[in-house]
Design a protein. Structure first.
Length: 208
């Protein structure tokens, strides 16, 4: 594993602990305005954590499948082809559709990871991340119910067999941070709108 892979994977797998700690800290703050003030830097951290999940996932899908093999266009194509077989193993899509998903998903995860880290429109990046992660967990559940003995293929860390362990890991490490980011971003937006409303009303009254 390269240094970048190690860093992204570590943040993706352990970042939820920092988010839970931040959530506990925020809940200890009684004053509403101070709570929002604490929440804002936590959202920056949450964006980095959730963004790292998708960056690590994209990296894991695109990196050379043979350790130590140099990066190249050919190696990326081989990795995507291998990922396509993992997608097809879920037996949800046809071979053509699985191949399309394998070619699109890693690059979309790369885009989404950078979007999350940038902090631009956190409500929508967090919501997008939550929907994708929920869909991925639904696919794992479907494969497990059907009794398929396959690897999850998420690209973050070591591959696990689909089943309760994979669902617990993905729920805690991946989906929970995405949901906390989304809820927190919407709360900050609501508080901002609520605080802006009296100021607008006062400006209108002063103008009258």
């Amino acid at each position: 594993m390269t240094q970048l892979d190690l860093i992204l994977t570590w943040i993706a797998q352990h970042g939820y602990w920092f988010m839970l700690g931040g959530l506990a800290l925020m809940l200890c703050v009684r004053d509403r305005q101070q709570r929002v003030a604490v929440l804002r830097p936590l959202l920056i951290m949450a964006g980095i954590v959730v963004g790292s999940i998708f960056l690590a996932a994209a990296y894991g899908k695109l990196k050379p499948i043979i350790p130590g093999f140099p990066w190249s266009v050919a190696s990326v194509r081989v990795s995507i082809t291998w990922f396509a077989t993992q997608v097809e193993s879920y037996k949800l899509l046809s071979s053509e559709a699985s191949n399309f998903v394998a070619h699109v998903l890693p690059f979309f995860e790369l885009f989404l990871g950078l979007w999350l880290v940038s902090g631009i429109a956190r409500r929508y990046s967090g919501l997008t991340a939550s929907i994708i992660l929920f869909g991925f967990m639904s696919a794992i559940t479907y494969a497990y119910v059907r009794g398929l003995k396959i690897k999850c293929g998420c690209g973050v860390g070591d591959d696990e067999d689909v089943g309760p362990a994979a669902l617990l890991r993905d729920g805690l490490q991946f989906l929970l941070p995405a949901l906390l980011l989304t809820i927190g971003a919407f709360l900050v937006r609501r508080e901002r709108s609520a605080s802006a409303a009296p100021n607008q009303a006062a400006s209108v009254s002063h103008a009258d």
